[in-house]
Design a protein around this ligand. Sequence first.
Ligand code: UDP
Length: 244
Amino acid sequence: MIQKVNILGAKVDKITMSEAKQVALSFFDSDGGKIIYTPNSEIILYASKNEEFMEKLNSADLMIPDGIGVVYGAKILRNKLPERVAGFDLLKELLPVMASTGYSVYLLGAKPGVAETAAENLKRDYPGLVVAGTHDGYFTDDGEVIEDINAAKPDLLLVCLGFPKQENWIYDNREKLDVKAMIGAGGCLDVFAGNVERAPEFYCKHGLEWFYRLKKEPWRFMRMTALPVFALKVMFTGWKYKQN
Ligand code: UDP
């Protein structure tokens, strides 16, 4: 049983990257429909004010600490997480294994054309990778998209619609989707397509990815104010949540 840290009601898995990779791979041999959520402090702060969304978040079969703020939040609660496990980094661990073992991936999300470019780049970077299908994230008919995904029957479905849309979409459609596992992966397709640059390793290693993104995308400033608000909320009210 994986232990969890309760951060403002979100039950985040106390897991290393290597353990998360094993758990995710085990989903491909399961009965399917497994959910991986990748919350950062902004998502947990939002969930702490929205009970229904928190319930959806906690329905995850694997909830990894995507952001450094979540790792600090656990530290404040004196219930440390072993490390940050970013969704993007988990995908970079999973994709080569998928390429060599034949597990397939479906890319859903981002602006028209982005998922196709991401697919080309991923097939180039991970020879043998089966990309079972792609679809942009600006659709109105869920049914048509679900039909396309189910015809492809991917082992892993990447849902990159931004938060909270992707978590809601995964939860609301989980029983209709014929996939082994699905992950809410935010802006990953933009990075795989080469449209957005991931922060260099130095920034990621030192918990400064937010600073790098702020420099590159200053319009994110308002969204980033969530980080200190989250930290203060954990500091002053975090103890109220039962630690398990
Ligand atoms: N997006 C989408 N459909 C929508 C809204 C957003 O496909 O209706 C995509 C958007 O084009 C981008 C991603 O979702 O590729 C969100 O990226 P962001 O880095 O903002 O992710 P977040 O930080 O919200 O997880």
